[in-house]
Design a protein around this ligand. Structure first.
Ligand code: PMP
Length: 417
């Protein structure tokens, strides 16, 4: 037995585990956009750990704020009884004031999965309050990811994510990615008065599929027409990844519920948030009989709250957002010069689709080879299906972007020979 098998991983193919492309070498240190393994090899982390290390590995202000909080009040809770750590109140106020006016109440959780689930439960709870008891259906898009476990798995649009989860919680339906005619037909088919919520990622994470121009506003109109809640899952797209704090806000479309995660603490410590409107708050959350038995022990951990405040401080003047927009579009242009099928994305959330010479999507084993060649080039990437998903730290420099393109180009060319 290999002692390292004490820890196990997800992989694209069994070969990857055998080849060591997924296990790879264990990392011991990080700085900026780079990580090192024990042998001293250096990798450019174009996946920002798991799309969350937005400020890179050495954001001193975040580490400082976390350390200060750890010394002052290292543990606290906000689920039961009103005696929250002061830092939770401070952060909640700061977060809602950074978001558009309507989104003014926040609940914190530990993971994105937990908060997409909470959003659906909250939507259904509101229906109960309004005595719309059979209004429970939720519709999402294929190519979406909303997390893992129970409801979050059910919400995710890719069928393979449903494996091992059977039976899934009922009442969740999917339509093809950004097919708004199919969405309208699904609402009509189920009956508009049976649909509680529509959930979407403004850029679908699986394969990186941005909403076509005007699509988000059209979904909002559909929701308004039928009194359906719009849940925006910005776990990936939020906190600067797409060049704004919230992609929905950038597009001028306000959801009824907004789910945030990943970059919310620059990835330094687990935190997710569900932000909602006065209307939701007044209808349900402020009721004396309101019970929302959906929270976990470590939610709103004070150290996460401190990290959240520090991240907002870094983002406050908008400079990083502007850099992400500019750098992202330049990076997309450069990537399009490589022998690849398609480059798409928003800001520094970029998908690079790979096909073979016959125009067929690269197979899973060929994609594993791309991963392997990237690792050999000192470049860490993620992928879904035949699309390389690039989400480097937002603090990536112009030179590091060039390095990313050069290394990916070498790896793709080698993998195709
Ligand atoms: N929603 C989206 C859009 C995500 O990308 C993810 C994580 N990849 C989640 C939800 C789930 O978040 P977590 O992994 O923190 O449970």
């Amino acid at each position: 037995r290999n002692p390292d098998d004490a820890l196990w991983y997800n992989s694209i193919t069994p070969e990857q585990v055998r080849d060591g492309t997924i296990g790879g070498s264990a990392l011991t240190r990080g700085d900026g956009c780079w990580v090192w393994d024990a042998s001293g090899s250096r990798f450019l982390d174009a996946r920002a750990a798991l799309w969350n290390t937005t400020l890179g590995y050495s954001a001193r202000s975040v580490v400082g704020a976390m350390t200060t909080q750890l010394r002052a009040l290292p543990v606290g809770q906000v689920i039961r009884y009103r005696q929250p750590p002061a830092i939770s109140l401070e952060y909640a106020r700061r977060l809602v004031s950074a978001l558009p006016g309507g989104l003014s109440h926040v609940r914190f959780g530990s993971t994105g999965s937990q908060m997409t689930t909470a959003a659906v439960l909250l939507s259904r709870f509101l229906r109960k309050v309004r005595r719309e008891n059979d209004r429970t259906a939720v519709i999402g898009f294929r190519k979406s990811y909303h997390g893992t476990g129970g409801m979050a798995s059910a919400l995710s649009g890719e069928r393979q994510l449903h494996a091992l989860q059977s039976p899934l919680p009922p009442g969740v339906h999917h339509v093809p990615a950004w097919d708004l005619d199919a969405l309208g037909a699904a609402v009509d088919g189920l009956g508009p008065d049976k649909v509680s919520a529509i959930i979407l990622e403004p850029v679908l994470g699986t394969g990186v599929v941005p909403a076509p121009s005007g699509a988000l506003a059209r979904v909002r109109q559909l929701c308004d027409r039928h009194g359906i809640h719009l849940i925006a899952d910005e776990v990936t797209t939020g906190f600067g990844r797409t060049g704004a704090l919230s992609r929905m806000a950038w597009e001028g479309v306000e959801p009824d519920m907004l789910v945030l995660g990943k970059g919310i603490t620059a990835g330094y410590v687990p935190l997710a948030a569900l932000v909602t409107t006065d209307e939701v708050f007044d209808t349900a959350l402020s009721r004396p009989d309101f019970a929302f038995p959906h929270g976990s022990t470590a939610d709103a951990h004070p150290v996460a709250m401190a990290a959240g405040v520090a991240v907002l401080d870094v983002l406050a003047d908008g400079t990083l957002f502007a850099t992400v927009r500019e750098r992202g579009s330049r990076l997309q242009d450069r990537l399009a010069e490589l022998p690849v099928h398609d480059v798409r994305g928003v800001g520094l959330m970029i998908g690079v689709e790979l096909r073979d010479d016959a125009g067929e999507p690269l197979s899973a084993s060929a994609m594993a080879r791309v991963h392997q060649e990237c690792a050999a080039e000192g470049l860490l990437i993620t992928s879904t299906d035949n699309t390389v998903v690039l989400m480097p730290p937002l603090v990536i420099s112009e030179r590091e972007c060039d390095e990313l393109v050069r290394r990916l180009g070498t790896a793709v060319r080698r993998a195709r020979t």
